[in-house]
Design a protein around this ligand. Structure first.
Ligand SMILES: C[S@@+](CC[C@H](N)C(=O)[O-])C[C@H]1O[C@@H](n2cnc3c(N)ncnc32)[C@H](O)[C@@H]1O
Length: 372
Protein backbone atom coordinates (compact mmCIF):
# COMPACT_ATOMS: atom_id res chain seq x y z
CA UNK A 1 0.00 0.00 0.00
CA UNK A 2 1.41 3.43 -0.91
CA UNK A 3 2.38 5.90 1.79
CA UNK A 4 -0.40 8.26 0.66
CA UNK A 5 -3.08 5.62 0.76
CA UNK A 6 -1.99 4.67 4.28
CA UNK A 7 -2.23 8.31 5.30
CA UNK A 8 -5.78 8.67 3.91
CA UNK A 9 -6.87 5.41 5.50
CA UNK A 10 -5.83 6.62 8.92
CA UNK A 11 -9.31 8.19 8.83
CA UNK A 12 -11.56 5.53 10.46
CA UNK A 13 -14.59 6.29 8.25
CA UNK A 14 -12.61 5.95 5.04
CA UNK A 15 -10.89 2.84 6.36
CA UNK A 16 -14.26 1.26 7.11
CA UNK A 17 -15.56 1.94 3.58
CA UNK A 18 -12.33 0.70 2.06
CA UNK A 19 -12.31 -2.50 4.12
CA UNK A 20 -15.93 -3.29 3.29
CA UNK A 21 -15.29 -2.94 -0.42
CA UNK A 22 -12.13 -5.03 -0.24
CA UNK A 23 -13.91 -7.74 1.73
CA UNK A 24 -16.62 -7.89 -0.95
CA UNK A 25 -13.90 -8.76 -3.46
CA UNK A 26 -13.27 -8.07 -7.09
CA UNK A 27 -16.23 -7.67 -9.38
CA UNK A 28 -16.21 -9.52 -12.69
CA UNK A 29 -19.24 -8.11 -14.43
CA UNK A 30 -21.20 -8.45 -17.64
CA UNK A 31 -24.38 -6.89 -18.93
CA UNK A 32 -27.03 -8.89 -20.74
CA UNK A 33 -30.37 -8.38 -22.45
CA UNK A 34 -32.76 -10.78 -20.76
CA UNK A 35 -35.04 -10.51 -23.77
CA UNK A 36 -35.52 -8.24 -26.78
CA UNK A 37 -39.19 -7.42 -26.13
CA UNK A 38 -40.66 -4.49 -24.21
CA UNK A 39 -44.24 -3.70 -23.16
CA UNK A 40 -43.76 0.05 -23.73
CA UNK A 41 -41.82 2.32 -26.11
CA UNK A 42 -40.05 5.15 -24.34
CA UNK A 43 -39.29 8.18 -26.50
CA UNK A 44 -35.75 7.81 -27.81
CA UNK A 45 -34.98 4.63 -25.86
CA UNK A 46 -31.40 3.77 -26.83
CA UNK A 47 -32.26 0.08 -27.20
CA UNK A 48 -34.79 0.57 -29.97
CA UNK A 49 -33.18 3.73 -31.34
CA UNK A 50 -29.97 1.86 -32.02
CA UNK A 51 -32.02 -1.18 -33.24
CA UNK A 52 -30.33 -3.48 -30.75
CA UNK A 53 -33.27 -5.88 -30.94
CA UNK A 54 -32.93 -6.45 -34.66
CA UNK A 55 -31.26 -9.74 -35.52
CA UNK A 56 -30.68 -10.54 -31.87
CA UNK A 57 -33.82 -12.28 -30.74
CA UNK A 58 -34.36 -13.88 -27.36
CA UNK A 59 -32.41 -17.09 -26.91
CA UNK A 60 -34.29 -20.32 -26.10
CA UNK A 61 -34.08 -21.82 -22.60
CA UNK A 62 -31.36 -24.35 -23.44
CA UNK A 63 -29.17 -21.52 -24.73
CA UNK A 64 -30.03 -19.49 -21.64
CA UNK A 65 -28.98 -22.30 -19.30
CA UNK A 66 -25.78 -22.91 -21.25
CA UNK A 67 -25.05 -19.19 -21.05
CA UNK A 68 -25.30 -19.23 -17.26
CA UNK A 69 -22.87 -22.17 -17.12
CA UNK A 70 -20.48 -20.46 -19.51
CA UNK A 71 -20.42 -17.28 -17.43
CA UNK A 72 -19.93 -19.21 -14.20
CA UNK A 73 -16.94 -20.93 -15.79
CA UNK A 74 -15.58 -17.57 -16.92
CA UNK A 75 -15.68 -16.27 -13.37
CA UNK A 76 -18.51 -13.76 -13.79
CA UNK A 77 -19.95 -12.81 -10.40
CA UNK A 78 -22.11 -9.78 -11.21
CA UNK A 79 -24.72 -9.30 -13.94
CA UNK A 80 -26.45 -6.13 -15.07
CA UNK A 81 -29.77 -7.13 -16.61
CA UNK A 82 -31.39 -4.95 -19.23
CA UNK A 83 -33.16 -5.50 -22.54
CA UNK A 84 -36.03 -5.33 -23.54
CA UNK A 85 -38.12 -5.54 -20.39
CA UNK A 86 -36.75 -8.02 -17.82
CA UNK A 87 -39.95 -8.20 -15.70
CA UNK A 88 -41.55 -10.15 -18.57
CA UNK A 89 -39.17 -13.04 -17.83
CA UNK A 90 -39.27 -13.65 -14.05
CA UNK A 91 -38.16 -17.28 -14.33
CA UNK A 92 -34.96 -16.17 -16.02
CA UNK A 93 -34.39 -13.59 -13.30
CA UNK A 94 -34.66 -16.39 -10.74
CA UNK A 95 -32.11 -18.49 -12.59
CA UNK A 96 -29.66 -15.58 -12.64
CA UNK A 97 -30.19 -14.72 -8.98
CA UNK A 98 -29.44 -18.34 -8.07
CA UNK A 99 -25.93 -18.03 -9.48
CA UNK A 100 -24.86 -14.39 -9.48
CA UNK A 101 -25.37 -11.08 -7.77
CA UNK A 102 -27.38 -8.96 -10.17
CA UNK A 103 -28.87 -5.58 -10.83
CA UNK A 104 -31.92 -5.33 -13.06
CA UNK A 105 -33.41 -2.29 -14.75
CA UNK A 106 -37.19 -2.39 -15.16
CA UNK A 107 -39.79 0.04 -16.45
CA UNK A 108 -41.84 -0.70 -13.31
CA UNK A 109 -45.17 -1.55 -14.97
CA UNK A 110 -45.18 -5.21 -14.01
CA UNK A 111 -43.90 -6.03 -10.54
CA UNK A 112 -40.90 -8.33 -10.32
CA UNK A 113 -42.16 -10.97 -7.88
CA UNK A 114 -40.53 -11.48 -4.50
CA UNK A 115 -40.57 -15.27 -4.50
CA UNK A 116 -37.17 -16.65 -5.43
CA UNK A 117 -35.91 -13.11 -5.89
CA UNK A 118 -35.55 -11.94 -2.30
CA UNK A 119 -31.75 -12.18 -2.41
CA UNK A 120 -28.98 -11.15 -4.79
CA UNK A 121 -31.12 -8.77 -6.79
CA UNK A 122 -31.09 -5.00 -6.83
CA UNK A 123 -33.95 -3.47 -8.84
CA UNK A 124 -33.59 -0.12 -10.57
CA UNK A 125 -37.08 1.15 -11.39
CA UNK A 126 -37.00 3.63 -14.26
CA UNK A 127 -38.75 7.00 -14.18
CA UNK A 128 -38.24 10.02 -16.43
CA UNK A 129 -40.24 12.79 -14.76
CA UNK A 130 -43.50 13.47 -12.95
CA UNK A 131 -46.62 11.40 -13.69
CA UNK A 132 -47.65 13.59 -16.62
CA UNK A 133 -44.19 13.78 -18.23
CA UNK A 134 -43.63 10.09 -17.67
CA UNK A 135 -46.96 9.18 -19.27
CA UNK A 136 -46.16 11.31 -22.31
CA UNK A 137 -42.55 10.22 -22.81
CA UNK A 138 -42.75 6.58 -21.75
CA UNK A 139 -46.43 5.66 -21.80
CA UNK A 140 -47.21 6.98 -25.28
CA UNK A 141 -49.57 9.49 -23.64
CA UNK A 142 -51.80 6.64 -22.39
CA UNK A 143 -50.12 4.51 -19.74
CA UNK A 144 -49.64 5.84 -16.20
CA UNK A 145 -46.31 4.20 -15.57
CA UNK A 146 -44.94 6.19 -12.64
CA UNK A 147 -48.03 5.80 -10.35
CA UNK A 148 -48.17 2.09 -11.19
CA UNK A 149 -44.46 1.63 -10.47
CA UNK A 150 -44.84 3.49 -7.17
CA UNK A 151 -47.53 0.98 -6.16
CA UNK A 152 -45.52 -2.01 -7.34
CA UNK A 153 -42.39 -1.07 -5.41
CA UNK A 154 -43.75 0.64 -2.30
CA UNK A 155 -41.31 -0.11 0.56
CA UNK A 156 -39.72 -2.89 -1.50
CA UNK A 157 -36.23 -3.23 0.01
CA UNK A 158 -34.79 -4.44 -3.32
CA UNK A 159 -35.90 -1.39 -5.26
CA UNK A 160 -34.42 2.02 -5.97
CA UNK A 161 -35.53 4.61 -8.51
CA UNK A 162 -33.37 4.86 -11.58
CA UNK A 163 -34.30 8.37 -12.57
CA UNK A 164 -33.32 9.41 -16.09
CA UNK A 165 -33.06 13.17 -15.76
CA UNK A 166 -33.89 15.24 -18.84
CA UNK A 167 -32.45 18.76 -19.23
CA UNK A 168 -35.76 20.56 -19.95
CA UNK A 169 -37.54 18.79 -17.06
CA UNK A 170 -34.94 19.52 -14.37
CA UNK A 171 -37.65 21.51 -12.56
CA UNK A 172 -39.54 18.28 -11.79
CA UNK A 173 -36.68 16.55 -10.00
CA UNK A 174 -37.59 17.71 -6.50
CA UNK A 175 -41.27 16.71 -6.68
CA UNK A 176 -40.48 13.32 -8.25
CA UNK A 177 -37.79 12.52 -5.69
CA UNK A 178 -40.16 13.51 -2.86
CA UNK A 179 -42.66 10.92 -4.14
CA UNK A 180 -39.97 8.24 -4.46
CA UNK A 181 -38.66 8.90 -0.96
CA UNK A 182 -42.23 8.91 0.48
CA UNK A 183 -42.65 5.56 -1.21
CA UNK A 184 -39.84 4.18 0.97
CA UNK A 185 -37.18 3.97 -1.75
CA UNK A 186 -33.71 5.34 -2.59
CA UNK A 187 -32.90 7.26 -5.78
CA UNK A 188 -30.08 7.11 -8.34
CA UNK A 189 -29.86 9.36 -11.40
CA UNK A 190 -29.06 8.63 -15.00
CA UNK A 191 -29.02 11.37 -17.67
CA UNK A 192 -31.00 11.37 -20.91
CA UNK A 193 -29.23 11.16 -24.27
CA UNK A 194 -31.31 12.58 -27.13
CA UNK A 195 -30.44 9.96 -29.73
CA UNK A 196 -33.47 10.70 -31.89
CA UNK A 197 -32.62 14.41 -31.92
CA UNK A 198 -36.05 15.44 -30.67
CA UNK A 199 -34.40 18.65 -29.50
CA UNK A 200 -36.03 21.28 -27.28
CA UNK A 201 -36.56 20.03 -23.70
CA UNK A 202 -35.08 16.62 -24.45
CA UNK A 203 -31.90 17.96 -26.03
CA UNK A 204 -28.82 16.91 -24.04
CA UNK A 205 -26.89 19.65 -25.85
CA UNK A 206 -28.67 22.11 -23.51
CA UNK A 207 -26.34 20.68 -20.87
CA UNK A 208 -27.14 19.21 -17.46
CA UNK A 209 -26.24 22.14 -15.22
CA UNK A 210 -29.81 22.64 -13.97
CA UNK A 211 -30.17 18.90 -13.46
CA UNK A 212 -26.93 18.85 -11.49
CA UNK A 213 -28.06 21.70 -9.26
CA UNK A 214 -31.42 20.01 -8.61
CA UNK A 215 -29.61 16.79 -7.72
CA UNK A 216 -27.44 18.68 -5.24
CA UNK A 217 -30.61 20.12 -3.70
CA UNK A 218 -32.24 16.72 -3.23
CA UNK A 219 -29.02 15.39 -1.73
CA UNK A 220 -29.28 18.25 0.77
CA UNK A 221 -32.93 17.47 1.48
CA UNK A 222 -32.74 13.66 1.68
CA UNK A 223 -29.09 12.91 2.48
CA UNK A 224 -29.75 9.31 3.49
CA UNK A 225 -31.87 8.44 0.45
CA UNK A 226 -29.89 9.61 -2.57
CA UNK A 227 -27.44 7.16 -4.10
CA UNK A 228 -26.12 9.69 -6.60
CA UNK A 229 -23.23 11.70 -5.20
CA UNK A 230 -22.40 15.26 -6.16
CA UNK A 231 -19.08 14.01 -7.53
CA UNK A 232 -20.53 11.36 -9.85
CA UNK A 233 -23.18 13.85 -10.95
CA UNK A 234 -20.48 16.40 -11.79
CA UNK A 235 -18.39 13.89 -13.73
CA UNK A 236 -21.41 12.76 -15.79
CA UNK A 237 -22.67 16.28 -16.44
CA UNK A 238 -19.29 17.81 -17.32
CA UNK A 239 -17.88 14.74 -19.09
CA UNK A 240 -14.56 15.49 -17.41
CA UNK A 241 -12.29 13.36 -15.29
CA UNK A 242 -9.00 15.14 -14.65
CA UNK A 243 -7.23 15.39 -18.04
CA UNK A 244 -9.75 13.10 -19.76
CA UNK A 245 -12.83 14.05 -21.72
CA UNK A 246 -15.66 11.51 -21.85
CA UNK A 247 -15.85 9.42 -25.00
CA UNK A 248 -15.15 6.04 -26.55
CA UNK A 249 -11.37 6.35 -26.09
CA UNK A 250 -11.65 6.52 -22.29
CA UNK A 251 -14.88 4.63 -21.51
CA UNK A 252 -13.88 1.57 -19.49
CA UNK A 253 -16.83 -0.82 -20.03
CA UNK A 254 -17.08 -2.32 -23.49
CA UNK A 255 -17.11 -5.89 -24.82
CA UNK A 256 -13.52 -7.08 -24.72
CA UNK A 257 -14.26 -10.14 -26.87
CA UNK A 258 -15.61 -8.02 -29.70
CA UNK A 259 -13.09 -7.21 -32.46
CA UNK A 260 -14.64 -3.77 -32.89
CA UNK A 261 -12.90 -2.77 -29.63
CA UNK A 262 -9.39 -4.08 -30.43
CA UNK A 263 -7.84 -0.66 -31.07
CA UNK A 264 -9.48 0.78 -27.93
CA UNK A 265 -7.89 -1.98 -25.83
CA UNK A 266 -4.47 -0.93 -27.08
CA UNK A 267 -4.75 2.82 -26.50
CA UNK A 268 -3.34 2.73 -22.95
CA UNK A 269 -6.45 3.86 -21.04
CA UNK A 270 -7.79 1.48 -18.36
CA UNK A 271 -10.74 -0.82 -19.05
CA UNK A 272 -12.52 -3.82 -17.47
CA UNK A 273 -10.95 -6.88 -19.11
CA UNK A 274 -13.79 -9.21 -18.10
CA UNK A 275 -16.69 -7.10 -19.33
CA UNK A 276 -19.03 -8.08 -22.16
CA UNK A 277 -22.41 -6.68 -23.22
CA UNK A 278 -24.45 -9.63 -24.48
CA UNK A 279 -27.32 -9.26 -26.91
CA UNK A 280 -30.60 -11.10 -26.32
CA UNK A 281 -29.41 -14.09 -28.39
CA UNK A 282 -26.87 -14.57 -25.55
CA UNK A 283 -24.20 -15.43 -28.06
CA UNK A 284 -23.21 -12.21 -29.77
CA UNK A 285 -21.91 -9.14 -27.98
CA UNK A 286 -22.24 -5.53 -29.01
CA UNK A 287 -19.67 -2.74 -28.70
CA UNK A 288 -20.97 -1.70 -25.25
CA UNK A 289 -24.13 -1.80 -23.11
CA UNK A 290 -25.77 1.27 -24.59
CA UNK A 291 -24.41 1.34 -28.11
CA UNK A 292 -23.56 -0.40 -31.34
CA UNK A 293 -22.00 2.51 -33.16
CA UNK A 294 -23.61 5.58 -31.61
CA UNK A 295 -21.60 8.68 -30.88
CA UNK A 296 -20.57 8.44 -27.21
CA UNK A 297 -21.07 12.18 -26.75
CA UNK A 298 -24.80 11.34 -26.36
CA UNK A 299 -24.09 8.74 -23.65
CA UNK A 300 -24.50 9.82 -20.03
CA UNK A 301 -24.98 6.31 -18.68
CA UNK A 302 -24.31 6.50 -14.97
CA UNK A 303 -22.94 2.94 -14.66
CA UNK A 304 -20.34 3.57 -17.32
CA UNK A 305 -19.32 6.77 -15.57
CA UNK A 306 -19.07 4.92 -12.23
CA UNK A 307 -16.72 2.49 -13.92
CA UNK A 308 -14.72 5.34 -15.52
CA UNK A 309 -14.08 6.85 -12.09
CA UNK A 310 -13.45 3.53 -10.34
CA UNK A 311 -10.85 2.34 -12.84
CA UNK A 312 -9.02 5.66 -12.61
CA UNK A 313 -8.21 5.36 -8.94
CA UNK A 314 -4.61 6.55 -9.39
CA UNK A 315 -5.73 9.97 -10.60
CA UNK A 316 -7.55 10.43 -7.30
CA UNK A 317 -4.60 9.94 -4.98
CA UNK A 318 -3.35 13.56 -4.99
CA UNK A 319 -5.11 14.53 -1.77
CA UNK A 320 -7.41 13.06 0.86
CA UNK A 321 -10.40 14.90 -0.63
CA UNK A 322 -9.79 13.42 -4.07
CA UNK A 323 -9.36 9.97 -2.58
CA UNK A 324 -12.65 10.51 -0.73
CA UNK A 325 -14.33 11.20 -4.08
CA UNK A 326 -12.94 7.99 -5.53
CA UNK A 327 -13.67 5.79 -2.52
CA UNK A 328 -17.23 7.03 -2.07
CA UNK A 329 -17.90 6.37 -5.77
CA UNK A 330 -16.59 2.85 -5.38
CA UNK A 331 -18.58 2.34 -2.18
CA UNK A 332 -21.84 3.62 -3.67
CA UNK A 333 -21.45 1.26 -6.60
CA UNK A 334 -21.05 -1.66 -4.20
CA UNK A 335 -23.89 -0.48 -2.01
CA UNK A 336 -26.46 0.15 -4.75
CA UNK A 337 -25.73 -3.29 -6.15
CA UNK A 338 -25.85 -4.96 -2.73
CA UNK A 339 -22.25 -6.15 -3.00
CA UNK A 340 -21.71 -4.93 0.57
CA UNK A 341 -24.20 -5.39 3.40
CA UNK A 342 -27.06 -3.10 2.40
CA UNK A 343 -28.57 -2.38 5.77
CA UNK A 344 -25.28 -1.50 7.36
CA UNK A 345 -24.01 0.34 4.30
CA UNK A 346 -27.09 2.50 3.83
CA UNK A 347 -26.43 4.03 7.25
CA UNK A 348 -23.25 5.57 5.76
CA UNK A 349 -24.97 7.44 2.91
CA UNK A 350 -25.56 10.72 4.72
CA UNK A 351 -21.98 10.79 5.99
CA UNK A 352 -20.71 10.09 2.47
CA UNK A 353 -22.54 13.16 1.16
CA UNK A 354 -21.24 15.22 4.06
CA UNK A 355 -17.66 14.12 3.41
CA UNK A 356 -17.97 15.04 -0.26
CA UNK A 357 -19.18 18.50 0.64
CA UNK A 358 -16.23 18.88 2.95
CA UNK A 359 -13.89 17.63 0.20
CA UNK A 360 -15.32 20.14 -2.30
CA UNK A 361 -14.71 22.93 0.16
CA UNK A 362 -11.09 21.85 0.56
CA UNK A 363 -10.03 20.94 -2.98
CA UNK A 364 -9.37 23.19 -5.87
CA UNK A 365 -11.21 21.67 -8.79
CA UNK A 366 -9.06 20.89 -11.82
CA UNK A 367 -9.44 23.67 -14.42
CA UNK A 368 -11.25 21.38 -16.84
CA UNK A 369 -13.96 20.55 -14.32
CA UNK A 370 -14.49 24.19 -13.47
CA UNK A 371 -14.89 25.02 -17.13
CA UNK A 372 -17.45 22.23 -17.56
C1 LIG B 1 -33.20 0.36 -22.24
S1 LIG B 1 -33.87 0.24 -20.63
C2 LIG B 1 -34.07 -1.52 -20.48
C3 LIG B 1 -34.65 -1.96 -19.17
C4 LIG B 1 -36.11 -1.64 -18.90
N1 LIG B 1 -36.96 -1.83 -20.01
C5 LIG B 1 -36.28 -0.24 -18.31
O1 LIG B 1 -37.12 0.53 -18.83
O2 LIG B 1 -35.66 0.07 -17.31
C6 LIG B 1 -32.50 0.57 -19.54
C7 LIG B 1 -32.45 1.98 -18.96
O3 LIG B 1 -32.05 2.88 -19.95
C8 LIG B 1 -32.80 4.07 -19.82
N2 LIG B 1 -32.79 4.74 -21.12
C9 LIG B 1 -33.40 4.38 -22.24
N3 LIG B 1 -33.16 5.24 -23.24
C10 LIG B 1 -32.36 6.19 -22.74
C11 LIG B 1 -31.76 7.36 -23.26
N4 LIG B 1 -31.96 7.72 -24.52
N5 LIG B 1 -30.98 8.11 -22.44
C12 LIG B 1 -30.76 7.74 -21.15
N6 LIG B 1 -31.31 6.65 -20.60
C13 LIG B 1 -32.10 5.88 -21.37
C14 LIG B 1 -34.15 3.56 -19.39
O4 LIG B 1 -34.94 4.55 -18.80
C15 LIG B 1 -33.76 2.49 -18.40
O5 LIG B 1 -33.55 3.07 -17.14
Amino acid sequence: MSRRLKEYLADPFLKMLYDEVRAAGKIQSISMDLNHVCNIRCAGCYYFSDRMDEGHHTADEAVFDAFIEQEKQRGTNFVTIVGGEPSLKPERLRKIARHFKASVSTNGLKKIPMEGLEENLSIGVSVWGNAETDRRLRGNGKVDIFPQALKNYKNDPRAFWYYTAIPGYAGQIEEVVARCVDNGNHVLFNFYGDLERYGDKLDHRRGFEEVRQAIDRVIGRYPDRIFMTSYVSRVVSTGRLYDQEWGYDVCTSFSTDNPVNLARMKNGHPYSPHFRAYNADLQSTRRCCTGIDRDCSSCFDVWQHFSWIILNMKKHLGSKGEFTRWLTTMYMFYLINRLVDFERGSRHIAEIHRRLKEADAGIELPQAEMAG
